[in-house]
Design a binder for this molecule. Sequence first.
Ligand code: THU
Length: 130
Amino acid sequence: MSLLEAALRVRENAYVPYSQFKVGAAIRARSGAVYPGCNVENVAYPQGTCAEAGAIAAMIAGGDTEIVEVCVVADAPAPVPPCGGCRQKLREFAGPDAQITMATTDGQTLTMTMEQLLPGAFAPDHMSRA
Ligand code: THU
C-alpha cells in the first residue's frame, strides 16, 4: 500500500464532530514500516489532536524513531500543509531532507522537504551539549 493510500484509508476514521474536517496522515519510518494517524477532536477544543500527532504516536509505539517520508491528506481545495505545531512535532523525528507530501482527496499533491516547511528549525541537535 502506498503512503497516500494509507493516509486516505485512516482519514476515514477521523473523529471530527466539531470541524467535520477529516485529515489522514501516514509516516514511513527508516525501517520501512508505515504508521497511520487521523485527527481526533474533543469537546474541549484545544485537547483535539492532529492526524500527524496520531501517526507520530503510532510510530513511537511501534518502536521506530526516524521519519523518512510523510503524507497528509484532506478534502480541501489545495493540499493542506501541517500546522505549525505539527511541523515542530515532525521535525523531532524527521531530518531536513525528509519528504512531506500534502494531498487532496481529489488527487492534487505537493511535496516539500522538512527544511522547506520549517526553515531554521529548533532541532534535537541544538541540544547535543545538554
Ligand atoms: N488538522 C490536522 O489534523 N492536521 C493538519 O495538518 C491541519 C489540521 C486538523 C485539526 C482539526 O481537527 C481540523 O484539522 C481542523 O483544524
